[in-house]
Design a protein around this ligand. Sequence first.
Ligand code: PFF
Ligand code: NA
Length: 452
Amino acid sequence: MSTHNVWTHKGTFLLAAVGSAVGLGNLWRFPYLTGENGGGAFILIYALTIFAVGIPILIAETMLGRASRRSPIMGMRFLTRTHDTSRAWESIGWLGAAAAFLILSFYSVIAGWAIHYTWQMLTGSLVGADAATIGAGFDALLASPGLLTLYHTLFIIASGLIVGMGIHKGIESGLRIMMPALFVILLVVLAYGITNGDFGAAASFLFTFNVGDLSLEGWLQAMGQSFFTLSLGMGAIMAYGAYMASEASLSRTAFAVAFIDTAVAMVAGLAIFSLVFGAGLDAAAGPGLMFVTLPLAFAEMPFGGLIGGVFFILVLGAAISSSISLIEPVAAFLVERFDLTRPQAVFVMVVASWALGLLTVVSFNLWAEASPFHTLFGRSAFDFIELLTNIFMPLGGMLIALFAGWALTHSEVMKEMRTSETWFRTWRFLVRFVAPAAVAFVFLRTIPQVEG
Ligand code: PFF
Ligand code: NA
C-alpha cells in the first residue's frame, strides 16, 4: 500500500502513541513492581533506562514506520530492499507481530479483571468488606474459567470493534474521546488519594532513592518495564508511525510520549500508594496490589465504591487504548499482504489472540498446576507467554536500534529527524551502542530463566 493513510492531524500520532503507552503497564504493573522492589531505587533505574534507551529506540521505531509508510512486516521488507541489506532484518516485523499477538492474549484477560471490579465497585458490593472477603473474591474470580473467559471476550471484542472501524473513525475518534477523560479521572483519583490517604508516605516511598536496596533482579525488571510501558520493540509504534504526518517532529514527539507515560505512572503510583498506606496496607502485594489491596482501601473510604468504580473505568480505558495498538500492526499487515478487508483482518487477529488467551485463563484455574503445559514448560502458560514477550520486546527493540543506527544513511535519518548535528550524533551513538548493549545485558540475564 504505497498510497498511504495518514492521521488526520499533525498531533494525532502523539495522541495515539500516548494511548498505546499509557495502559496496564502504568496503572497495574508499574505500581506493583515498584512496591515489590522497594520504591525509589527502582524508579531511578526505570527513569534512567527510559531516557538513555527508551527514547532513542522510540525515535528509531517511529522513524522506521514513517520512512516506510507500511505496516511493520511489509515496512521492514521494503526498507531492506531499498537498502540492499540482509533480509534477516525482516525479523523485526515478524518478531513484532508475534509479540503483539502474545501480549494481546494475556493483556485482554487481565483487563477483563477490571471489568469485574468496575462492576463490583459501582454496585457497592465491596463497601465495608474486610481483607479476607476481598481476597477471597479475587481468588474466586481467578478460579472461574467461565467468568474470566466472558470478560476476556468482552474486552477483546470492544478493542476489535474500534480497530475494525479504521484508523480515522475507529482509532482516532476513540482516542480523542478516551484520552482526555482518562487524564481527568486520573487527577480525580489523585485528589482523592491525597485527601483520604497518606500522601506523605507515598511520596517518600516513591522518591527516596536508596540504590543499595535494589537487587540485580529489580534492575532487570526496571529495564523490562521501560520497554513494556513505552510499547517498544514490537511494531505498535512503527505501525502508528507509518501514519505520522511528515512535518511532525520525531524527537519532540518521542520526548513528549516518554514524559507523559512516566508522569502517568508516577501519578498512578502516588495515588495508589497514598490509599494503600493510608489504609495501613502492604505495598509489596505483587500483581494483586490493584485487585485486592486497592479495592480494600476503597472499601474503607468515603465514596469508595464510586471513586473505585471510576478508577477501574480508567484502567479499562487505558487498557483499550493500548490493546488497539496491539491489533493494528497485525491487522494492517493482513490487509496489505493478503488484501483482506480491515474488518476481516481484525477478525483473524482477534480470534487467534482470543484463543491463545484461553491458555492464560486456564493458567489461573484448570491448569494452575500439574497440567500438560506445566510438565512441558515448567511454568504456567501465562508465565510462559509473559516470559516470551519479555524476550521478544527487548530483542525487537535492539534490532530496531541497530537497523536505524547502522543501516540507515545520514541523509535518510536527517530527512526524518531534521535536527542539529549534535543531537543526531548523540542519538546515533545511543542507538548504535548504548541501547544494544543495555538490551544485551538484560537479555543475557533473562535467558537463564527459560530453564529455571
Ligand atoms: N504500553 C502498554 C502499557 O504500558 O500498558 C503495553 C503495551 C501496549 C505494550 C502496546 C506493547 C504494545 F505494543
Ligand atoms: Na505504559
